[in-house]
Design a protein around this ligand. Structure first.
Ligand SMILES: *Cc1c(COP(=O)(O)O)cnc(C)c1O
Length: 397
């Protein structure tokens, strides 16, 4: 027998994916298996594809896979690009680097636009780089909308403006995995050609579904794209009768779950979902700003208020303090899971996710746990973090 008694109550999940799965979604998936060609199931599946187009805000196609988000990254590339194509990847944090590395693995030629992980890409710098590409070698600009490692929400519409100002024809590809159904995203209105999504973040679902939404320019690009593909091939996703489905067996239970998730999001109203994330994100930042005091304590990594993510906040610890030790205390003593620092932020930062099925009381619990863990680890901080979050939540700021 272990010396420490088991932890009780529901674990507080402050990791940026997978996020809390609402009981309604769990119940919707708690059912026997069924034939994935049964008409009753197919009508649910078709409803899900229609719902996804409303969530991506697109009149284009949404392709779905039984895959992680990375599978969807790969699907986006192999359906639209050819070996040796150059792709421009603004560096926003670890996920942008992993996406860039995946491009290289597939035989593309990634070009990184260096970033400092505390700011999103400058639209003017994107415009300058594209203007210099008079030969049109860059075939895609690949931007992570909400960089889950750094808590930076890049200015997708402004960067579209930069591509247009340069008169450049590259495909505009956006990773929306940790922004979809949490932050406003307007695929068609913002001129996005390809948007990649996943089930386990704002959609409140288990991991296991990856999405690629494609506009007309991307669908045309697929006609001549030369990268090798089979499982990911867009044409293979079209069922008899022309409706979209999955390659081979549908992940039936995930489809039932997603139908429920879309229903929940639309009952709340996407605008209200975004407003709730803004409220929770603002309260989290109020707490972090209070902890910082005059720069003695932990601070928010993202520096530009226009780019503060409302779904995840990355907290940088003062020099000499170990973020992993703080996470260890929240997990083992308070049954609360924080996200860790990724790549060069490993040990230097932790992440508080405020994404998906979450309310004020849950957030305040998470912030109070962080305060206790900081104190137990002897991390210097100013007081009043939870109080500042409470004031922000009742609109007294
Ligand atoms: C979580 C995440 C991914 C990766 O998704 P997996 O399902 O783990 O492959 C990619 N991009 C961003 C921005 C993410 O937050």
């Amino acid at each position: 027998m272990s010396d420490t008694p088991p932890l009780r109550g529901r674990q507080l999940l402050a990791i940026p994916g997978p996020t809390n799965i609402p009981d309604r979604i769990l119940r919707a998936m708690d059912r026997p298996a069924t034939d994935f060609n049964h008409p009753d199931f197919l009508s649910v599946q078709e409803g899900v594809f229609d719902g996804l187009r409303r969530i991506f805000r697109t009149e284009g196609e949404v392709y779905a896979y039984a895959a992680s988000g990375r599978g969807a990254w790969e699907a986006a590339f192999v359906n639209t690009l050819s070996p040796g194509d150059r792709v421009l990847v603004p560096e926003t944090g670890a996920f942008s680097l992993w996406w860039e590395e995946l491009a290289g693995d597939l035989g593309l030629v990634p070009e990184r636009m260096a970033g400092d992980w505390r700011h999103g890409p400058d639209p003017n710098a994107v415009e300058d780089r594209l203007r210099r590409d008079s030969a049109g070698e860059i075939k895609a600009v690949c931007l992570v909308h909400n960089e889950t490692a750094t808590g930076i929400a890049s200015r997708v519409a402004d960067i579209r403006g930069a591509i247009d100002a340069a008169g450049h024809g590259a495909l505009y590809m956006i990773d929306t995995i940790s922004s979809l159904a949490s932050l406003p995203f307007e695929m068609d209105a913002w001129g996005v050609d390809v948007a990649v999504g996943g089930s386990q973040k704002g959609l409140m679902m288990p991991p296991g579904l990856g999405f690629v939404a494609a506009g007309p320019k991307a669908i045309r690009a697929a006609e001549s794209a030369g990268l090798t593909r089979s499982y990911w091939e867009w044409k293979a996703l079209r069922r008899r009768g022309g409706r979209l489905g999955f390659t081979s067996t549908s992940p039936v239970h995930l489809v039932y779950g997603l139908a429920e998730a879309i229903a929940m999001l639309e009952e709340e109203g996407l605008e209200n979902v975004f407003a709730r994330h803004r409220r929770l994100g603002g309260a989290t930042r109020a707490a972090i700003a209070a902890w910082s005091g005059n720069g003695v304590g932990p601070e928010l990594l993202a520096l530009d208020p226009r780019e503060h993510s409302d779904s995840v906040s990355t907290v940088l610890l003062p020099e000499g303090h170990d973020a992993e030790a703080v996470r260890q205390v929240t997990a083992t003593r308070f049954n609360t899971l924080l996200g860790g620092g990724l790549r060069k932020l490993q040990g230097r930062a932790f992440r508080i996710a405020h994404m998906g099925d979450l309310n004020e009381g849950m957030l305040l619990g998470m912030l109070a746990v962080v305060e206790m863990a900081l104190d137990l680890q002897g991390v210097p901080r100013a007081g009043g973090g939870v109080e500042a979050a409470m004031r922000a939540l009742v609109g007294e700021d």
